[in-house]
Write a protein that binds this ligand. Sequence first.
Ligand code: BGC
Length: 749
Amino acid sequence: MKKLPFSLVVLSLFSGLLSAQNPDPEVEKKAAELLQSMTIQEKIGQLCQVNGAYGGIPEELGKQVREGRAGSILNEVDTKTLNELQRIAVEESRLGIPLIFARDVIHGFRTILPIPLGQAATWNPELVERGAHIAAVEAASAGLHWTFAPMIDICRDPRWGRIAESLGEDPFLASELGVAMVRGFQGESLADKGAIAACAKHFVGYGAAEGGRDYNSANIPENELYNIYLPPFKACADAGVATFMPTFNDVNGVPASGNPFLFRKVLREDWGFNGFVVSDWESVRQLTVHGVAADNKEAARQATLAGIDMEMASTTYADHLLELVEQGAVPEAVVDEAVRNILRVKLQLGLFEHPYTDPSDFPALANDAHRAVAEQAALQSCVLLRNDGQALPLEAGKLQRLALIGPLADDPYEQLGTWIFDGDPQHTVTPLAALRTALGDKASVQFVKALETSRSRSQAAFPDAVRAAREADAVVLFLGEESILSGEAHSRAHLGLPGAQLELIKAVAETGKPIITVVMAGRPLALGPALEYSDALLFAWHPGTMGGPAIARLLLGLESPSGKLPVTFPTTAGQIPMYYNHKNTGKPATEESYIHIDDIPVRAPQTSVGNTSYYLDAGYKPLFPFGFGLSYSQFEYRNLRLREPAVSPGDTLVVMVELANTGNYEAEEVAQLYIRDVVSSIARPVKELKGFQRIRLKPGESRTATFHLPTEHLAYYYPGKGWMAEPGQFEIFVGGDSDTGFKVSCEIR
Ligand code: BGC
């Protein structure tokens, strides 16, 4: 029971004071000097980001740069062109301010890592950091200085295509991994060779778009905004992320690109952010389309006043800002501040000292070391969702004929996923190629594509697939979604396998052979029907360049799967939103309270189906909970205990648990720690992730995992009051997924 009245522990966690990024006096001095020498036109020029010409410099672009009318170029990756654009800026513009070159390097540059949602399934910040680092080195070697990543939008809706780019549904996991990406991109210092500026996007609530329809409105009450959507952004700001990008949509009615609350109040005032904010693609001009600005001039006014420092692609700043300043509608001080923010990052990147790029100073693109990181990330991202009768791993020793069936077994492009502008399928190793290499002449591998793409409906080739299955000792189907079905503006209302893929599994399953299904997709899918016919199912996301060797190692048992879901898998789209950290409600469903639609007696009285929160036809549980993932081995959690059962605010709670590998394989487990505030002055989630550890154990081995939990990690944002860990009882859960009931109680004094 809580003590009343609450003695509230107001934490500094979210006050700006502690988080202000430390300014470097040298950088500030240089920026101020430059600013003083700039004309208003040159200042406005710094605020304009212009799209490149994809190789070559059209006359107008050269002129813009020469006249100081562009501060940044995006989407140019040809090193010669980049260096020439930079030469024009540095040598031919009046002040010689270098350009900053940007590109979406989302999950790799040439070496493609798993999609971010797949990387999130590794629950491995160190590996995610290494992945971002190799992406940065490759991008920097081409001449880029800045990526529009990480995307840390919390997403509870798999219909939204951009869930593929997200780090999932949980604020703690997304914070840890988002920060890891920032560290990987930016290195110790932005001035390091191979470091590029990162961008925390999309501030904030893009993932909350209504119905999962891209760009749609987000309505987010204050408690959800602070407790769910803002934390990853705060974590990245604290980690020193250089830039921020607004979301396209309106948040509670105000489009983010004209939202001073988000950028002036939360980001600058509360959090002390001192990098710069770039708009999203034409999102300033789109203020007119949202219907909050009558024309482009008004859009420019709203965006600059809201704190959008640089405008991407549209030209409302270039066209109207001068006039707005002259008319006094935008104070010149606002422009100065935006320019200073941008110059600061350019100075931190060392662009003034080293404006040009020589690729020979860098390791080769897609080199073996980079590919090894991509393979490790793919390996740890795969989540084993079912393994009946130990259908996996395949016993290579006994295997003579393997049948690989399906549109995604050997498609070098489709396994790369969305946002792979600079990826090259020629570097891809597919599962078919990898399994052939791994098995050599020990076993034959027969491949039948069966469907041209994941969307195909023609069943003409099914007899070939069935024949191959009949002749084989083992059958692996490679199904899912091709890349184009997820990503920006690629929402889906149905979450089943597209095309005739389900029919394909059914046809192959009729052979009576055990069916192993590998699914590649950019989002959680409603896999129930596919699971009915699959003895084992490995969910591989879009695993990237080295997906093939990673999957081969898992199928052949050279490594045990260790990925865990970073997002809940619903049984059907009708259950959405379905996420683990929901509130209990006053009438939670239970095993006993749930009655399936088929079991309701005819003309049953209204209350006979109970009064709890569930769907008559889809229950109350998801298909797989957040954090779920099987291993070839088994793990047991034992002896969960606290160093001290009660702690005071400011102390650290120490939680210990013994993890034992009781199975037959050396394997890794992600031990997850959740809390629950038993009684709180506002309803808190039934579970909140607050810690995780990836632990490798040999068969029979056990180890004590220790979690350190500062009491501020138990805090919650209470509207009108701020961040607090209210005194009283908390439950601490530890286990292999969010369904764990293994718990111990503690008290905050
Ligand atoms: C996306 C951003 C991206 C930008 C530049 C927009 O459509 O929303 O995430 O960084 O394009 O390519």
